[in-house]
Write a new protein. Structure first.
Length: 348
């Protein structure tokens, strides 16, 4: 059954209805240290959660690992979870990714509901059924495709976010605009992200989620068009893995940086309009800055790209654009192409 994505105006009511539709002898709520303080306190008195057991894990993507996963499994086991229990993931993309994977594997799979609390999780991580953990220094190396029963998007959570986390999620929205159409791209590129109007952002979020839903419905297991959602991610995941060892960055910042490199390659290889590339790159540089990579980092970044899940054989595979909304999946690039794009990223 297709997961149900609900833009929630009354979270307490919508969550109670979602729980009622899911088999559950026991309810567990997964939070990290941040959402335990900022978000769980706002919902813990909901009647539908009165008997829920909480599982608290460390915050940030560095904790999206096997040790944390084992802790969640052990907590479910110690809490006497059965295959008829329910896990509610309350948090950002790290919580929904890891929690979804824990639920998908515990006793061969229990039901779970995602309640994303960051813009990034709302627009990307919590929707579409990708779950998993980082492993061996690589992003999302171990995981499964498995949909949450429900995804409840309540934009009131955005009021709990700092500026950096708003920008992180916005990068995925910008990606959706690039693969959608000129109108959506223009709305995103002209939005004042420095002083975001959260009411307007909620409308834009709705449109962005529907873009992702439409693509995922068409290709749930990423055999074809779903690869469009990887725009910015081949370079982005390499940047993110590199930064983990140096100065960690939020996922959305890595995607924004990846868009700079991959839009450059699109102008040189698939005729993406230079003016549109420049407008998008200027927006990213203004709001996201850059990453202090040097030529000495190129071999490590190239090696990381060779581990990307989208590759076939020894070829590095990327998604490029022929124009806004003109998606070109399965484009192969050489190491020389990568170096050229990295030069552009550093020097522009």
């Amino acid at each position: 059954m297709k997961q149900r994505v609900i833009i929630s105006k009354q979270l307490q009511t919508d969550l109670a209805e979602a729980i009622a539709e899911c088999e559950h002898d026991r309810i567990f709520v997964l939070v990290d240290e941040t959402t335990n303080k900022l978000c769980w306190t706002l919902v813990k008195d909901y009647l539908c959660l009165k008997d829920a057991q909480t599982i608290v894990i460390g915050a940030t993507d560095r904790r999206k690992n096997l040790d944390t996963l084992v802790h969640v499994w052990e907590s479910l086991q110690q809490g006497k979870a059965t295959r008829h229990s329910l896990l509610i993931n309350l948090g950002g993309g790290m919580v929904t990714d890891l929690g979804g994977f824990a639920a998908s594997t515990y006793k061969r799979g229990i039901n779970f509901i995602n309640v994303p609390t960051t813009l990034l999780a709302m627009v990307d991580a919590s929707v579409g059924g990708k779950t998993g953990i980082n492993f061996g220094g690589l992003k999302n190396e171990i995981g499964v495709f498995n949909d949450a029963e429900f995804v409840l998007l309540d934009t009131n959570w955005l009021r709990t976010l700092d500026e950096e986390n708003i920008r992180s999620g916005y990068a995925e929205m910008l990606k959706h605009g690039l693969i959608a159409d000129e109108t959506m791209w223009a709305e995103l590129i002209n939005f004042n992200i420095a002083q975001p109007n959260l009411h307007q952002l909620a409308f834009m979020l709705d449109k962005s989620v529907r873009i992702k839903e439409r693509i995922v419905d068409e290709d749930p297991h990423e055999k074809g068009i779903r690869k469009a959602l990887n725009l910015g991610h081949t370079f982005g995941h390499a940047f993110e893995s590199w930064a983990m060892k140096h100065h960690p960055i939020l996922h959305g910042y890595a995607v924004a940086f990846g868009l700079v490199a991959e839009l450059y390659l699109a102008t040189t290889q698939t005729d993406f309009p230079t003016e549109r590339m420049r407008q998008t790159v200027n927006f990213i540089r203004a709001y996201y800055g850059s990453l202090p990579i040097t030529c000495n980092d190129y071999p490590e970044l190239i090696e990381l790209m060779h581990h990307d899940k989208k590759n076939r054989g020894n070829e590095i595979n990327v998604t490029l654009l022929g124009g806004i909304g003109d998606i070109r999946i399965n484009q192969t690039i050489t190491e020389e192409d990568i170096k050229e794009a990295l030069d552009f990223f550093r020097e522009g």
